[in-house]
Design a protein around this ligand. Structure first.
Ligand code: ADP
Ligand code: DAR
Length: 344
């Protein structure tokens, strides 16, 4: 990569903020052992000026090879300095002190908690070959097919899924959408839809996405606001999967993901919640979500808009805190939002 990118005022990403000419000269000719380059790492942010982050890793080594760029991005997003701290994990749902903030089910429509995971000893989706991606799919499916009890389910490959079934699963918030332009530029949509699919149990309270943005998205979800029950199911599933699968992990960055926003716990704990009053009071709404480190999304996933005053509210912090603290961020923030919503 020879020329420093031509960033304009339209480039609002952390990439544009932190890739200065000094860092560029330091990194422009570097590649990881797998051959993953700076160009590949930043292509998405160059192609999509509206990116929030703008970079993706190709493997664990990317976070070291391109640390001069990734570390300041990680620090800006997670407020975490890996030279000073180590990641800690706590998936013990018994440590989550919980009381339902919506006992009359007036506000929370549903709860979903997911973690991203990638298999150790394989490249991330941005750099993986088709053969390797198919191997990853088979390894994960073989493990999922051994699950018993509430987690027992069936795998549905994307390549032979009827469009009507796929669209219904997406509309019902169970399945990922076809890769967006951010993922496209990062190389995450290559060979789509082969190697991709969804596993879920009969009641669709336990689901696993395979080879979307990460190689696994392990998901627990249910109607209503019982965050603890949702967390308990997810913790059980992760413990079962870890008996047969080895996940990509770093003692400082935690579970490794293709996008730096999903490092650490790689956990996004969310509720779909009706807040029609706060929807009309954006300043108050955002003051509460900022105080409790929460992110506001629309009801159809990232980059979507809210509908009928219903929002996807989730923890923003994923690295530098453990999983119990992630769900606590959500729990405390949602309780504050409900107090404010009911005060109008
Ligand atoms: P993630 O990156 O965590 O997978 P997305 O924003 O891409 O999240 O959302 C994936 C899908 O999950 C979308 O259809 C979204 O509407 C759905 N979803 C997220 N949170 C909830 C929730 N609390 N209840 C129901 N569906 C949810
Ligand atoms: N669209 C990319 C990624 C942002 C975080 N969301 C993820 N990883 N799904 C961006 O830079 O905006």
């Amino acid at each position: 990569m020879n020329n420093f990118p031509k960033f304009t005022a339209k480039h609002t990403s952390l990439l544009a903020k932190h890739l200065n000419k000094t860092v560029f000269e330091q990194l422009k000719d570097k590649k990881t052992t797998l051959g993953f380059s700076l160009q590949q790492a930043i292509q998405s942010g160059l192609d999509n000026p509206d990116s929030g982050i703008g970079v993706y890793a190709g493997d664990l080594e990317s976070y070291s090879t391109f640390a001069a760029l990734f570390d300041p991005i990680i620090k800006s997003y997670h407020h975490f300095d890996r030279s000073l701290s180590k990641h800690t994990s706590n998936l013990n749902a018994d440590d989550f002190n919980y009381n339902n903030p919506d006992t009359n089910n007036e506000y929370i429509l549903s709860t979903r908690i997911r973690v991203g995971r990638n298999l150790a000893n394989y490249p991330l989706g941005t750099a993986i070959s088709k053969t390797q991606r198919d191997e990853v799919e088979q390894l994960i499916v073989n493990t999922l097919n051994n699950l018993k009890g509430e987690l027992k389910g069936h795998y549905y490959p994307l390549y032979d899924m009827a469009d009507e079934t796929r669209e219904r699963l997406i509309k019902d918030h169970f399945l990922f959408k076809n890769g967006d332009r951010f993922l496209e530029s990062a190389g995450l949509n290559r060979d789509w839809p082969t190697g991709r699919g969804i596993f879920h149990n009969q009641s669709k309270t336990f689901l696993v996405w395979i080879n979307e943005e990460d190689q696994l998205r392990i998901i627990s979800m249910q109607k209503g606001g019982d965050i603890k029950a949702t967390f308990q199911r997810l913790s059980l599933a992760i413990a079962q999967l870890e008996q047969q699968l080895t996940f990509m992990y770093d003692e400082r960055l935690g579970y490794i993901s293709s996008c730096p926003t999903n490092l650490g716990t790689a956990m996004r704990a969310s509720v779909h919640i009706a807040l029609p009053n706060l929807a009309k009071n954006k300043a108050q709404f955002e003051a509460i979500t900022n105080k409790y480190h929460l992110q506001i999304r629309g009801v159809n996933g990232e980059h979507s808009s809210s509908e009928n005053g219903i929002f996807d509210i989730s923890n923003k912090r994923r690295l530098g805190i453990n999983e119990v603290q992630c769900v606590s961020d959500l729990h405390q923030g949602v309780a504050a939002l409900i107090r404010a919503e009911s005060s109008f």
